[in-house]
Design a protein around this ligand. Sequence first.
Ligand SMILES: *Cc1c(COP(=O)(O)O)cnc(C)c1O
Length: 818
Amino acid sequence: MNYTTSFIASICHADAAGKDVVVEKIAFDSRQVTDTKGVMFISLPCRDACKRDLFVEELIQRGVCAFMVDVSFDTTKYNNNDVSFIITHNTLSSLHELAQYHRNQYKGEVVAIIGSNGKTIVKEWISQLWIGDKALFRSPKSYNSQIGVALSLLMIDREDVSLIEAGISQIGEMSMLEEITRPDIVIITNIGDAHSDNFLSLQQKLNEKLLMARNADLIIYNRDATLIDEEVNKSLKGKRYFTWGSDISCDVRLINTNTKGDITNIHFSYKDNSYNITIPFTDRASIENVMSAVSFYIATGRFDSECGDRCGGLQPVAMRLEMQRGVNGNIILNDSYNSDMLSVNIAINQLNNISGNRKSVLFLSDITQSGYNNKTLYNNIAEMVNGVDTLIGIGDDICRNRDLFKNNNSHFFYTTEQFLAHSGDYNFKDCAILLKGARKFRFERIAHLYEPQVHTTTLEVNLNNLSYNLNYYRTLIGSNVKCMAMVKALSYGSGSVEVAYELEKQHIDYLAVAYTDEGVSLRQGGIKAPIVVLNSEPQSFATMIEYNLEPEIYNTSSLYEFIRQAAVDSLVHYPIHIKIDTGMHRLGFKKEEVTTLLDILRRTNTVKIASLFSHFTSSDYSHHDNYTLQQIQLFEDATEQIMAGIDYSVMRHIANSAAIERFPQAHFDMVRLGIGLYGISPIDGHNLLNVNTLKSTIVNIQHYDTPTSVGYMRRGVLLRPSVIATIPIGYADGLSRSLSCGGWSVDINGHKAPITGNICMDACMIDITDIPDVKEGDSVTIFSNAQEIEEMAKKLNTIPYEILTRISTRVKRVYIKE
Ligand SMILES: *Cc1c(COP(=O)(O)O)cnc(C)c1O
């Protein structure tokens, strides 16, 4: 894309202000912006709520010259900058208008992929089966939303065919996506049976999805999916269909499938010919996804025996880049599946996002599937990798173009083997390492060098969703109200530096930890935001000052002691936070002690109150609302008395997650967000996204005849011939022993497997007798959403806070960031 801002304004019927500049790409998340050249930042209403001005300010500093904002934004203060603004009533609609315009200029074929599951895989497999004399565009990994589809369309350049994935979550959305996408061909993967909150029925959901096909020339789908077949015939009557399935009436007729070991043979016929393809997968979903991809090739006259052969080399689609802790303090992003230009760009952005203070290292192979000539291609790549500290290039092409990478500390190898032979020379420490290689380079062999031995029980922490939750709470508070994020107890179990770093990127105002040591780890991890230590023990005051941590002061003796320590270091006006007891009766000054407090403070200038605060006992329980209101009143009285006695202004805060939602009058100058950040709301979880998923892996499967028993004390009595699997998670990992003997069930591919017998220290056994196709190595989920965490808490007679914080540190945390 290449439009001037004045042109974009005219397309979107919007106003333009400032300089006219050329826009080549669009960003809506300031974290994605690494190379600022040609970038236009769109401020979308849902994303950056209160922090929009800060994001704009930061991006101007970093050199971004074009912005699309809504009319509430005050552009006048930027009059003197060389910056361009497009001002519209609704930035998302304007983005759609621009995407629609761009799509209408495009002469190639647009293929939309819709359905409940498998869209990304079908899209990726069509592209894996493609051969390159004509270029193929595909939307980036998970760009399938109202924003994602528009951005994908705007990325289409001169390719002959463009694959666009489209997903919806409520009524009305597909119609908008159809208007901007106008697909020539629509592929329907399946309609699943997952019930979804925003639709009355599966049928309603399907009909909404089918709107994507209302103007298409061709619709490709599986006729065995009866509901799809019926609805297509009803609502898209008279259209051209191309179907596959077992029925004789299908265009592509599935004759049989035959699984042997790790591969499946698929036998199908089309017109008078019959074909055999072999795929390296055995599950039903993969077979369906391959058939969707192959049907696309057949329906568009692109299928031949070579294409059939290529099915044997299809690769699993890594759905997202997972960040892992490696050896020597490194963190690793591993994407050894493909290396086309777009995915390289996305991965490098992600590397820049997560690297923080670490040095960044990129392993990059030759680029495949670009449609550009070699020179342009590597010139572009060189520009993308500009900010990377160390580049290891592997492959003939990249070696040939090594001169383009002079800006990096770079090393080149012709093959992965050649690098492995020299790997002893590359002992990276405390780096962020991205492995981005085309399949044939088999970079997973490099990954093994830097990954620690595998622990098979992990807590997956979704940092995108964490930010989403933060921004949701921000929409509930006024734009002048600050937010303190509670990262105590390893961020409620989710991790320390990783979580704090994500929050810092979201311009969090304050962080809070329970103990000094937790604050020290954050500082050592490079966290710069102000940090309050809640349970500040006098023995740690010196360390606290050394690491620039701010204490909670809760009684006169701790105040005296802190002043003494601050005086030793000759400090002036060191920020402290005064806790007031309004009803919790744990720590804090009583109202009667305010005069003493003021007397002490008047006699010193070593410390200065940064904030006055208190804590609710029951803001989430409506039957205690009177008590909560009384706490608010006491807080106002005490703080007004203190504020009257000092000659500077201080912040006041009392609201935790529940109070943010339930007591707007208690937001004061700042709120303290805890459990809600981690996806659990005591009030209404509907608006939050899940952050924590606890997973394990099946390490052993055995068949037993009755009568026999499983586990300690023979508590798992088998009453029928059973299949029992072992998973390496036990009570020492945080899976309470009270969940033994059916007290909890784990999820395997959508089926529930109850825990059998007593949970051991490091493992437990589950009954998989009724679950088909389970293999050793399969993943199991212990919990993956707030409802399950709440349910587990209820079973254990506790609260979700305890479920999250009891997950032991030996469970590896894996961070998800898209
Ligand atoms: C933990 C904590 C919070 C956060 O409470 P949530 O209910 O998790 O939002 C707020 N303030 C203080 C003092 C805390 O210790």
